[in-house]
Design a protein around this ligand. Structure first.
Ligand SMILES: Cc1ncc(COP(=O)(O)O)c(C=O)c1O
Length: 385
């Protein structure tokens, strides 16, 4: 058998998927981080129209359809209050995951350091590993909020940082970033000439008011912002995402994305265009779905509700839950498995997201409401009311 290349060895299956393996029959999943509400009608109509069209189904442009690129530009410009955005500042990809892959491959030198949130989305560490770079975690503040001082300190401590990733509202903590923290981090990265990637795929799922983003705080040249139809637009299966930023930063990443997959599937591009063109209604509805989920939690398990400590209220659909009193952080995975096997409900052990996640569980509230209701009923008794 041919040996596994160094860059790929040591990469494991996602811990989220791993929790599902061996789960007893009838287990309810509060593990997967995806919306469980119906895909918006405009997307279904666009998919049906694409399926009904006769004739060839060509590849289309490597940069994706001009209509989709323009729709991303317009939506991003409106959401960030930055008119005058050009299509060269937009890269459409096969999910924001592929945008991350392309940006890492294009900008992370082997042997360099990548600063990632700890706890943070698992792919950041995997991608650093694939680029043969070193992922160094920076700690988050109260409630998972971005703590600019932590990033500044990590930048000071490592002279070889090639890329800094921010994620807000965050997976897994739900933490936010204040405009002041974003401005400080942008300034520190600019001073050092380090690429800043701001993963904002959950941003439009706010409850209360829209949280600040990197571009509306510090301008388009402050870094690359990621978006996606997977979360707020309710369509993860389309596999359409994007990166917006300076054209010269995106250009090499585009070449990587083309080498990997050219562009998302044409019917997906058409459905994504329809979703973006109907953004006002689609996003308002999505926020309704998110509010309903937090309201359900408040009704059936109020003792699990986190305090609003991260500033600007709540966004996204993750509940970041400390282990019950008396369960030590070293037992995070054991506890998650015990809950799964005894009560038939899956969560994700927090240390899957980095060492600072030990002692916590990530509970996804994104799934269908009936499943969430049942899952919370099974989970809640493990904590004292
Ligand atoms: C923080 C974050 N970024 C990016 C992604 C990737 O999303 P997609 O490739 O579906 O756009 C996810 C998916 O869970 C995520 O949680």
């Amino acid at each position: 058998m041919s040996p596994v290349a160094t860059r790929a060895s040591g990469l494991a299956v996602s811990p989220i998927r791993r929790m599902a393996v061996g789960a007893p029959d009838g287990t309810v999943s509060l593990g997967l981080g995806e919306p469980g509400w119906p895909v918006p009608l405009v997307a279904r109509q666009a998919l049906a129209a694409a399926g009904a069209a006769e004739g060839a189904l060509p590849y289309g442009p490597n940069t994706s359809s001009p209509e989709l690129v323009a729709a991303v530009r317009d939506q991003h410009a409106a959401a960030h209050g930055i008119p005058g955005l050009s299509t060269e500042q937009v890269m459409v990809t096969s999910g924001s995951q592929a945008a991350l892959f392309a940006l890492f491959c294009a900008h992370v030198e082997a042997g360099s350091t990548v600063l990632v949130p700890d706890p943070g989305f698992v792919s950041y560490r995997s991608l650093a590993h694939l680029c043969q770079a070193r992922a160094v975690g920076y700690r988050l503040g109260e409630g998972g909020a971005l703590d600019a001082w932590q990033v500044e300190t990590a930048l000071e401590a490592h002279s070889d940082v090639s890329l800094v990733v921010l994620n807000h509202p965050a997976n897994p903590t739900g933490g936010m970033a204040s405009a002041a923290a974003l401005a400080r981090v942008a300034e520190a990265c600019a001073r050092r000439g380090v690429l800043l990637v701001s993963d904002e795929v959950y941003r439009e799922l706010w409850v209360g008011e829209r949280p600040p983003g990197l571009h509306d705080t510090a301008g388009v040249d402050a870094g690359v912002v990621l978006g996606s139809v997977s979360k707020a637009f309710g369509a993860p299966g389309l596999r359409v995402g994007w990166a917006v930023g300076a054209a010269e930063l995106l250009a090499p990443a585009r070449v990587v994305h083309n080498a990997m997959t050219t562009a998302p599937a044409r019917p997906s591009q058409e459905a994504a265009t329809a979703l973006l063109r109907a953004a006002d209604e689609v996003l308002a509805e999505a926020r309704g779905h998110v509010r309903a989920r937090w309201a359900l939690l408040a009704r059936v398990a109020p003792h699990l509700l986190p305090p609003d400590t991260s500033g600007g209220g709540r966004a996204g659909f993750y509940l970041w839950l400390p282990l019950p009193d008396g369960v030590p952080p070293e037992e995070t995975t054991d506890f998650a498995l015990r809950v799964r096997d005894t009560s038939r409900v899956t969560t994700v052990p927090g240390d899957a997201f980095g060492p600072a996640g030990a002692g916590w569980l990530r509970v996804s509230l994104g799934g269908p409401l009936e499943e969430l209701d049942e899952g919370l009923a099974r989970l809640a008794p493990w904590w004292k009311a």
